[in-house]
Write a protein that binds this ligand. Structure first.
Ligand code: MN
Ligand code: MN
Length: 467
């Protein structure tokens, strides 16, 4: 079933449907059910981190506390601000000799509520939003959205908000203009300009308070509802992080149900498969680290992003667990470590093949994708993984019989983008982008092949076990 290039001198390009037997696909479908449950429960970076923490604790992991954690725990959990997480399992060899890292991100494009969101206009109550990440604005119009997030009152009390994703919940919506009146104000404009960001506001109420003398009667009624339901006042929005995300859950797509459609698969598909691979890896020669960071979609900035000290601090604590506390040892650990920048890549679009280069594009259902470089305008901003590293990785995947393919971020000069890979590479780590291909990336309903989710899990697991 494997033996790449044994019978042919040409690169093997085969779908998992031709290559893998029914038993393999049965396992892939079963795996995707767990993934679907995770996705439906985890609509924000905070909810993802909470899900992973729960999974880790169920596997006996302990939350790491400097100087207090036992050095013989099966694994350790590191959480930063509820929005970035790392799971570490020691290997047989000391961490100082290098570890294997699978790093993904759990933030996804969405509409964030502004700090002062609530107002009324033309007898309608509304919430102002500020979009987060690379959204195509038209995809978020006239679509049911849920509000998920946290509100922290000034006494420190935290209120978890999840409204809109349960079947009987109300939803929130940015209502698009009717076609009859869109000719001049929308249809003459470019698609990325026709709906200004300041008009991405959510309808949130209609019924005014009884007092006909009062000002802003609808806003007052919404505030009254919020106070009665959550005990909050308007100022509490100042210390809140509330995200408008698609209200709909995951669905099977197509007659054969081979594709899973859901919001937020960039990059929760890699985060979930990375964590499952870490928890289920059977034998570890080297220490294994599954990391899921935040803020990738806005440049990996902030204290929970890949450019922060989070990963470095975790690696330093991992060394400390083994009694090593030197800066030089940390630098050596970085250089001797190997990483997969676990992120999705575009699948070739059947109706828009012209933006891809078909010889180098990834295909749905063809397995885990290795992306040597991303970037734009002549690889600018790319990590561009070493040939030596790719050689070791393809050998690993071939020997473990994991379906894999190569991919790229579209035709030259068509566009471009990047991942967290370069931030790890800057510390001297071997790193390459590896994840499943997606269609409709960054849309409210991204598509993944279940077979690719499973291949990704198998690839990450093999990486932890034998790389
Ligand atoms: Mn991504
Ligand atoms: Mn993305």
């Amino acid at each position: 079933m494997t033996e790449n290039t044994k019978d042919s001198r040409e690169l093997r390009r085969e779908s998992t449907f031709d290559r893998c037997d029914q038993a393999w696909h049965d396992r892939a479908y079963a795996f995707s059910e767990g993934y679907r449950r995770f996705l439906d429960l985890s609509r924000t970076e905070r909810e993802c981190v909470a899900s992973f923490a729960k999974m880790a604790v169920e596997h006996g992991f302990v939350e790491y506390a400097a100087g207090e954690s036992p050095s013989d725990a099966p694994g350790y959990l590191f959480v930063s601000r509820g929005k970035a997480v790392a799971l570490y399992r020691p290997g047989r060899r000391p961490a100082a000799e290098g570890v294997n890292v699978v790093i993904s991100h759990v933030d996804s494009p969405r509409l964030d509520l502004k700090v002062n969101p609530l107002y009324e206009e033309q007898s309608v109550g509304l919430l102002k939003t500020h979009y987060y990440g690379g959204i195509r604005k038209h995809q978020w119009l006239s679509r049911p959205l849920a509000l998920h997030g946290v509100i922290v009152k000034q006494d420190g009390t935290e209120i978890d908000l999840r409204l809109g994703s349960a079947p009987d919940d109300p939803v929130f919506v940015v209502s698009d203009l009717l076609p009859h009146l869109a000719h001049k104000v929308q249809n003459t404009k470019k698609v990325n300009e026709f709906y200004p960001g300041e008009k991405l506001n959510l309808i949130c109420g209609l019924i005014p308070v009884d007092d006909q003398e009062a000002k802003n009667r609808i806003k007052a009624a919404v505030l009254e509802y919020l106070h009665q339901t959550y005990g909050i006042v308007e100022e509490d929005f100042v210390s809140a992080e509330i995200e408008a995300v698609p209200a709909a859950g995951s669905r099977d797509v197509g007659f054969d149900r081979a594709v899973l459609g859901a919001y937020g698969q960039d990059d929760r598909v890699c985060a979930y498969t990375g964590v499952r691979a870490l928890l289920e890896a059977e034998s570890l020669e080297r220490g294994a680290l599954a990391v899921a960071v935040d803020k990738e979609e806005i440049g990996s900035a902030g204290a929970t992003g890949a450019q922060s000290a989070f990963l470095e601090n975790v690696l330093a604590e991992v060394l400390a667990l083994e009694g090593v506390e030197s800066e030089l040892a940390l630098r050596r650990l970085n250089v001797h470590s190997s990483a997969l920048s676990a992120d999705v890549c575009p699948a070739i679009h059947p109706d828009w093949a012209e933006v891809h280069e078909k010889n180098n594009a990834a295909r749905l259902g063809h397995g885990l994708v290795l992306v040597k470089y991303t970037g734009a305008r002549g690889k600018a901003g790319a990590n561009d993984a070493d040939a030596e590293y790719l050689a070791r990785l393809r050998r690993l995947l071939n020997e473990a019989d994991v379906p894999w393919q190569t991919g790229s971020l579209g035709k030259i000069d068509e566009g471009g983008g990047g991942t967290v890979a370069k931030f790890l590479a800057a510390h001297g780590m071997n790193v390459i982008d590896a994840g499943p291909p997606l269609l409709g990336m960054h849309s409210p309903f991204e598509l993944v092949a279940k077979a690719d989710v499973y291949a990704t899990y198998l690839g990450y697991k093999a990486f932890f076990e034998t790389f």
